[in-house]
Design a protein around this ligand. Structure first.
Ligand SMILES: [Zn+2]
Length: 298
């Protein structure tokens, strides 16, 4: 058990390091300055704000601004500064894709009147986070939760939230801006990379491909995807990711069942040509996770 916990922590730290890497140049240029994010238009009333952790989406509605995710701690002002370059409307909602500190870290920056929405397992995971145990930050916890599906707002502003099962965590939400045909996939699809399978927050390697397949089948009318940590991409890239995860987890599971050592399982997997550019940094940790879930400790 102790070993499992250590592996989990190292994996998360590694992910944060990778997430921060693209912005290292900015930070090097201004080491003592305030946190500064970047903003980019996805649709006329939908923007992606990058830097400081996971991708934040800002959806401008008639009454205000709906944010998806709030990056690392101390990035709230940086998010607000970028929102203010496109609208003066107040922040009305925050929707969190999952529990990690690089996605919920600045929830507490926003006033208690902002409604925070999260899948029920994510809401429970957030309550266990050290950051929210400070009473001054507890208003950053979820105000409203759902189990499998919920729609926030209505008409052209409808935002559909879906939960399809365990993957990166046990509370990964796929967030669809229905009229715009854009989805924020959180870290269930963080980009073209082997994912973190955060078992300490209920994640699962074995269930991962099945969850992605359910999302691919259950979500319709999406053209563009905002991944958790990568540039905006096409729906097809999300479908490709599901295919990659099915082949990768399938290959490792088959090797485990055949009694092969984890190292051999990892070495024998040959990704299809279109997946050659995927980041495989987490291969070893993921093989260990899958073997453990399948009951083979080797
Ligand atoms: Zn995450």
């Amino acid at each position: 058990m102790r070993r499992a916990r250590v592996v989990g922590i190292v994996t998360i730290a590694g992910a944060l390091a990778i997430a921060a890497a693209p912005f290292a140049a900015d930070q090097a240029a201004a080491p003592a300055g305030p946190n500064v994010a970047q903003i980019e238009k996805v649709k006329d009333n939908l923007f992606v704000i990058t830097g400081g952790g996971g991708n934040t989406a800002a959806f401008i509605t008639g009454n205000g601004v709906v944010l998806v995710d709030t990056k690392l701690a101390n990035w709230g002002q940086a998010i607000l500064d970028k929102v203010r370059t496109v609208t003066d409307k107040p922040i009305t909602h925050i929707i969190n894709t999952h529990t990690h500190g690089d996605h919920v870290g600045s929830n507490e920056f926003f006033p208690a009147s902002v409604e925070i929405v999260a899948q029920e397992n994510t809401a429970a995971n957030m309550k266990r986070m050290e950051a929210f145990k400070d009473p001054a930050k507890a208003h950053g916890l979820a105000d409203r939760t759902f189990a499998d599906k919920m729609t926030v707002l209505s008409g052209k502003e409808a935002i559909d939230l879906y939960y399809f099962g365990r993957a990166h965590t046990n509370g990964d939400t796929f967030i669809v801006f229905r009229d715009l045909r854009v989805m924020h996939s959180g870290d269930a699809f963080s980009g073209p990379t082997m994912p973190i399978m955060d078992v300490n927050n209920g994640g699962s390697g074995v269930a991962y491909p099945e969850t992605l397949a359910k999302a691919a089948a259950g979500i319709t009318g999406v053209d563009m995807v905002i991944p958790g940590h990568a540039p905006v991409t096409r729906w097809q890239a999300f479908l490709d990711y599901g295919e990659f995860m099915r082949s990768w987890v399938g290959s490792i599971s088959a090797a485990a069942k055949a009694g092969k050592a984890p190292e051999q399982a990892a070495a024998e997997f040959v990704p299809a040509e279109k997946f050659k550019g995927y980041n495989t940094t987490r291969a070893k940790a993921n093989v260990e996770t899958i073997y453990k879930e399948l009951g083979r400790q080797d």
